[in-house]
Design a protein around this ligand. Structure first.
Ligand code: R5P
Length: 268
């Protein structure tokens, strides 16, 4: 791996812990203005100090994120689909490498849809993006998307997706947490982060998921809704950080969540 590429990756996956808390805010690219992300700037700003990296599209980056920040950007560069369209898996590359460079990104992110009608197309998108990324020293995050078929999120399927992504050259991979996650992490030779998925019933559930993922081989999270759809997003991202970077147990992280929540309520 070239120096520039390694340097960019180490801005995202922190070398002192080997872990990362990425904040995903790219949902609008196919979901539109979903709850709590209607005004991206308002959602993102208070969370930025606690994110090791942030994952927006170029539209949200340019309109809603202050260019003075030092937080590394993992730019979503795939899309062309929507939640009401014919097929969620029908994605292309939406952003040129020149624009990614202009935006000074630390990495580029793209979804693959293994097992769908668009498997071939999205895997070639990934290969093409890796070729471009390698040319300029920009790492690629492959996102193993499942579209609407949530039933597919088992270890066998996700292990297949993650391994294929790594084989095609992805420098790190984002996938879902599942039962038997060691099978997924054990078969993937590049770092893995987990998505949070739709908002879970309680914050405790999301903390448990992050804890289990770290114990079972993930290097961190790229979490969105379970942070910013919480009634207490700052408390939540801080609690997640304690698990990812400070070896906190679920109980400790939950206690931290509750105490930050209380103190912020008092201050308000
Ligand atoms: C999916 O590909 C979206 O683009 C999100 O980046 C991803 O799902 C992570 O966010 P969440 O934790 O809300 O699932």
């Amino acid at each position: 791996m070239d120096w520039g590429l390694r340097n960019r990756l180490s801005r995202i996956i922190k070398p002192d812990t080997g872990h990362t808390v990425m904040l995903a805010v790219d949902h609008g690219y196919f979901l539109g203005p979903i709850s709590k992300l209607e005004d991206p700037a308002k959602t993102i700003e208070p969370l930025l100090p606690y994110a090791d990296a942030i994952m927006p599209t170029r539209g949200v980056l340019r309109t809603s994120i202050n260019p003075h920040i030092n937080t590394p950007i993992v730019l979503r560069v795939s899309g062309g689909n929507s939640i009401v369209g014919k097929n969620l898996a029908d994605e292309g590359i939406t952003t040129s490498i020149e624009d990614a460079i202009r935006l000074n990104v630390a990495a580029m992110a793209l979804s693959i849809y293994v097992g769908t009608e668009y498997e071939h197309q999205t895997l070639l998108n990934l290969s093409k993006l890796v070729n471009e990324g390698e040319k300029y020293g920009i790492p690629v995050l492959a996102v193993t998307a499942v579209g609407k078929e949530l039933a597919k999120r088992d270890a066998r399927y996700l292990a297949l997706c993650c391994r294929i992504a790594a084989e095609l050259g992805a420098h790190f991979v984002k996938t879902y947490y599942c039962e038997g996650f060691e099978k997924v992490s054990g078969g993937c030779p590049v770092p893995l982060v987990i998505a949070g998925g739709p908002k879970l019933e309680t914050e405790l559930d999301a903390l448990k998921m992050a804890y289990n993922a770290i114990q079972e081989g993930a290097v961190g999270v790229d979490m969105g809704r379970n942070i910013w759809q919480s009634e207490h997003p700052v408390a939540m991202i801080k609690a997640i950080r304690s698990i990812i970077h400070e070896n906190a147990t679920v109980k400790e992280a939950h206690k931290l969540f509750n105490s930050i929540k209380k103190s912020r309520k008092k201050a308000a």
